[in-house]
Design a protein around this ligand. Structure first.
Ligand code: MG
Length: 361
């Protein structure tokens, strides 16, 4: 089935609330939205979302240029299409910018393929389950006072969540964070809590903070140290009782392979944009399965719910609704599970009026 056209749009979508993340003030969710239309009129969509404007225009231009390569090609041949884009741009790769530029196009290819098959992407990739365990990740920033954190937790529980993830940055003393976790646990006894340390600690800090945190019952400690320090991560995994999660910063097969081979993580988190789209995502997922490693998705729940439900080692989808202002589809959460949306492809309906309103290029 021939690809008739590829259109790439840049959207500057207002965030529902202003917040601080990873030391940056976030006011907008930038989207690079790719649309692929094939000869029978079927349209597939995919996007990348970023909270920072840095390099977003060059990334948009690179995505457009890669998209032009796909016109006239057979949409079923995702490996061929991926290779076409990868070899065209490999002088700025592997990984990094190139993967990000390819990702929304590859996602759109899979959306078309599944729509043509009359199936969800989840089913097309294996259809292991109709839902995935999920956790709430929005409005739980370390810049928030405890009262606001409790209010956020209350809203997440009311929305059907049973897990939340807190963030933490550089700290001198872990006791304040432990107090916050304990306070949340007092209020919501059955709430599972994860902690993302956003690579803020040294190895020695991570060891001592990790030991102190083990009393709180948190279900994972994410990115305690720099993600490429595999020896350090292995030390933490072997010495702490809390499962260690990480991987969202990895781009290439080799990085994932080295991480898996080093047995340094209990849970591998894959970022669909950084890994370069669905085609490589599924390979990394199977690589992790071969080592009995559980998988989580980094942001993009609209796509990750399909991918994680397709495979046997899909563990947790991150409910981070950065795109809810441009889609009509509402992701359903039920007793801590995210349900795979009905419909073919990714089952996502865009709010075209909103896309037009927020389009800047
Ligand atoms: Mg993280």
């Amino acid at each position: 089935m021939k690809i008739e056209s590829v259109q790439v749009e840049l959207l500057k979508v207002p965030a529902n609330m202003l917040y601080e993340a990873a030391g940056h003030s976030v006011s907008h969710n930038w989207h690079i939205l790719s649309r692929i239309v094939v000869e029978d009129g079927t349209e597939g969509i995919g996007w990348l979302v970023n909270t920072r404007p840095a390099f977003i225009y060059p990334l948009y231009e690179a995505t457009k240029e890669l998209g032009d390569l796909l016109v006239g090609e057979n949409v079923y041949k995702n490996e061929y299409l991926y290779g076409l884009m990868n070899s065209y741009g490999n002088w700025v790769g592997p990984g990094g910018f190139l993967n990000m530029a390819m990702s929304s196009l590859d996602i759109a290819v899979w959306d078309v393929k599944a729509k043509l098959a009359g199936q969800s992407v989840s089913n097309l990739l294996g259809g292991h389950s109709n839902s995935v365990n999920s956790y709430a990740s929005d409005r739980l920033w370390y810049s928030m006072p405890i009262e606001e954190l409790l209010e956020s937790a209350k809203q997440h529980v009311a929305a059907g969540h049973s897990r939340i993830k807190l963030r933490i940055g550089k700290v001198d003393d872990i006791s304040e964070q432990i107090n916050r976790i304990n306070r949340l646990k007092e209020e919501y006894e059955h709430l599972d809590i994860m902690l993302d340390a956003t690579e803020s600690w040294s190895l020695s800090e991570a060891r001592s903070f990790g030991e102190a945190l083990s009393q709180t019952g948190i279900i994972w400690l994410e990115d305690p140290i720099y993600h490429l320090d595999l020896k350090g991560l292995r030390v933490l995994k072997d010495n702490l009782s809390i499962p260690i999660a990480g991987g969202e910063h990895l781009y290439t097969f080799e990085s994932f392979r080295d991480t898996v081979d080093s047995s340094s993580l209990d849970v591998v988190i894959i970022d669909l944009s950084r890994v370069g789209g669905v085609t490589p995502w599924i390979k990394v997922a199977h690589m992790c399965e071969s080592a009995n490693i559980l998988l989580a998705g980094h942001v993009l729940p609209e796509f990750h719910v399909h991918l994680l439900s397709a495979v046997t080692n899909g563990y947790l989808v991150e409910d981070m609704p950065r795109s809810e202002n441009i889609i009509r589809t509402k992701l359903e959460i039920n007793q801590g599970n995210m349900i795979v949306p009905q419909g073919n492809g990714f089952g996502i309906e865009l709010d075209e009026d909103a896309c037009t309103r927020y389009r800047v290029s």
